[in-house]
Design a protein around this ligand. Structure first.
Ligand SMILES: [Zn+2]
Length: 206
């Protein structure tokens, strides 16, 4: 049974058996506690993909292209990059929902439940996405092999861990939604714009 505040509060005094079953669909998509977070994801997905994904469990949980696929222009490479970024953000949100659910489940009866509602879930997902992005940006600017404190010979045979600015922009700067890189060669600066507010609006026209 779902123990999320949105479900428990909806049926005051209800026996556990009367609460909604905690199926994957309920937990990740339809539970009232996560609905605003899924709306945040869909709105952000719309800006990344150029078409707003529906809050369909097949789309949100599985990313099933048979259930929904955006109609859009652009090159195949642009479409692939947008799809990959959408999947990254989507999985980070699912992970945040799961973590919030586990925190709630691990809280002893009677103890104060930490903030694990939709706003906290979105903040967690956005922070994770930004951290992933900044790690990649670090790879653009630094060779992590020189920071490991061991001989470079230890890395012989491994693929180059550095990332080009172009590869970074292709991965993270899709449609300028989550980030952009400004400045010329040697003066590059990362500008991060991952939305964290539940009520943030997409630009008009998308
Ligand atoms: Zn629920």
């Amino acid at each position: 049974m779902c123990s999320a505040p949105g479900c428990v509060a909806a049926v005051p005094g209800a026996a556990a058996a009367d609460l909604p079953l905690e199926t994957y669909t309920h937990m990740f998509v339809t539970c009232p506690t996560v609905v605003p977070a899924v709306a945040w994801l869909c709105r952000l997905g719309g800006r990344i993909l150029g078409a707003v994904p529906p809050p369909d469990p097949l789309v949100i949980i599985l990313g099933d292209p048979a259930a929904w696929r955006p109609q859009r222009g652009g090159t195949r490479a642009e479409a692939r990059a947008a799809d990959a970024l959408w999947m990254h953000v989507r999985l980070r949100l699912l992970q945040a929902i799961w973590r919030a659910r586990c925190v709630r489940a691990a809280t002893p009866d009677g103890a104060a439940v930490p903030a694990v509602g939709a706003a906290a879930v979105v903040a967690m997902a956005a922070a994770a996405v930004e951290q992933d992005m900044r790690r990649d940006w670090h790879r653009v600017q630094h060779d992590v092999r020189s920071e490991a404190g061991v001989s470079a010979a230890m890395f012989a045979g491994h693929s180059d861990p550095m990332l080009t600015r172009e590869a970074f922009e292709q991965r993270w700067c899709v449609r300028g939604v989550l980030a952009s890189v400004v400045g010329g060669v040697g003066r590059e600066r990362l500008v991060v714009s991952v939305p964290r507010a539940l009520l943030s609006q997409a630009p008009a026209g998308i």
